[in-house]
Design a protein around this ligand. Structure first.
Ligand code: FAD
Ligand code: FES
Length: 393
């Protein structure tokens, strides 16, 4: 393990970082903050969460920004690119050199990098290109070839077109108004680029509809997509569940996962793009009723008033092992065959688990039946140690 790896293992930091520069880059702002610990731990695809509005401001939630670049100057700096569209980002745009910002990072899981020297296509929409350049550097260090496909509504909103043209083997730009590159959207050119670049893997970052479309097209070519999503976030550290989206696990089961800690990078083909913003009926953890199954529910919208006897008071602050949607949850049949406790209760759960295990996305009727039969004998209390946010899978 290199020193950089052990820094990354150490997790995110909260720092008071001094602003070095804030400058306009076409339609965006680029902000550089002195944050040595964050710079040292950074891996491409990770993001920072910045407190905005100052100590007396009313903006409680941090704003998330992909890290564009880190540099060794001043002990370590972090740069991010942002569009000043709302109150928080407008406040940031008004900061000046030597102002101090409260920054948390690096957050989230980075882009995985292939072991082999493969051909990589990096697709960025708008400021979504920002995290792709650090990734490109890392891919080149591994001997991979890097092609770029960047797009936006207009030329001034394509971030990094020059760098892409300078450093990419192929660099294709699209704009909806035709002011830079080809007129159209990135997905119009995707097939041709995959063909020209003999692409092995696609990395994408940008608006959710773009990520969805890139994934659909890549499927035709049987190509994996690593997609960095931008789901609205509140805490950024895995505790509030604001940022969940439905992702199908390798076992075929859909779980609501947190894009801030389980992402923001996901295998595109595992995200249920059409269901983002909902809790699909067949997802584990979906709130469906009083059937004896423990679910993690949101006290802000499902509460704050609950039937006291339905709350598992002793387990508040944890995700109990037997809660549907709990990371590491497995069909109880498998747990029982390992000699799990519970006797008849575990058997009841096994019925539900088996049905659930057979269930893929879309087979909703089967999912309901499975849950129902599991509910009949499911033990109400945990079967093992509880999982706590931050402990990983
Ligand atoms: C992982 C991640 C990386 C991001 N990277 C960038 C980046 O590199 N550059 C950039 O300009 N923006 C980025 N965003 C979006 C950025 O967080 C929002 O533009 C910003 O929070 C808007 O704040 P605001 O107060 O200006 O606007 P408002 O719209 O008033 O924001 C109010 C609330 O909505 C949330 N919110 C609003 N828009 C978004 C959005 N698109 N995505 C997520 N949350 C949102 C904010 O967190 C805030 O809580 C990223 C978001 C995520 C989740
Ligand atoms: S933003 Fe709070 S859990 Fe992801």
């Amino acid at each position: 393990m290199t020193p950089g790896d052990s820094e990354a293992e150490a997790g995110p930091l909260q720092v008071r970082g001094t602003v070095l520069t804030v400058r306009r880059v076409d339609a965006y702002h680029a902000m550089t903050v002195v944050a040595p610990g964050i710079a040292a731990r950074f891996r491409p695809g990770q993001f920072v969460a910045v407190a905005v509005g100052g100590p007396d401001g009313a903006m409680l939630l941090r704003r998330a920004f992909s890290i564009h670049d880190v540099r060794p100057d001043h002990g370590g700096t972090v740069e991010f690119i942002f569009a000043a569209n709302g109150p928080g980002t407008r406040w940031l745009a008004a900061r000046r050199a030597r102002d101090v910002l409260d920054v948390t990072g690096p957050l989230g899981r980075p882009f995985p990098v292939p072991r082999d020297r493969v051909s990589c296509l990096l697709v960025g929409g708008g400021y979504g290109s920002a995290p792709l350049f650090a990734l490109a550097g890392k891919l080149r260090d591994r001997g991979c070839t890097v092609d770029f496909l960047l797009g936006a509504a207009s030329g001034d909103r394509v971030f990094g077109a020059l760098t892409a043209r300078r450093t990419g083997r192929i660099a294709t730009i699209t704009t909806e108004d035709g002011s830079l590159g080809s007129r159209g959207v990135v997905t119009d050119m995707l097939g041709q680029l995959i063909h020209d670049g003999r692409t092995d893997v696609i990395y994408a970052c940008g608006p959710m509809p773009m990520l969805r479309q890139v994934t659909l097209l890549a499927r035709r070519y049987d190509l994996p997509v690593q997609a960095a999503v931008e789901e609205a976030m509140a805490c950024g550290i895995g505790v509030c569940m604001t940022c969940v989206l439905p992702v199908v696990g390798t076992d075929g089961i859909t779980r609501m996962v947190r894009s801030c800690v389980d992402g923001p990078v996901f295998r595109g083909e595992q995200v249920r793009w059409d269901d983002v913003g909902t809790i699909p009926f067949d997802a584990f953890g979906a709130p469906v009723g009083t059937d004896g199954i423990t679910r993690m529910v949101r006290s802000c919208v499902d509460g704050p008033v609950f039937r006291g006897e339905q709350v598992r008071w002793d387990d508040v602050g944890t995700i109990p092992f037997d809660a549907f949607g709990a990371p590491g949850w497995e069909p109880a049949g498998r747990a029982a065959s390992r000699g799990g406790s519970g006797g008849a209760a575990a058997g009841g759960a096994a019925a539900g688990g088996a049905a659930a295990g057979d269930r893929g996305p879309g087979s909703q009727g089967g999912g309901r039946a499975g849950r129902g039969s599991g509910a009949a004998g499911h033990p109400a209390r945990a079967q093992g140690p509880a999982w706590r946010p931050g402990h990983g899978y």
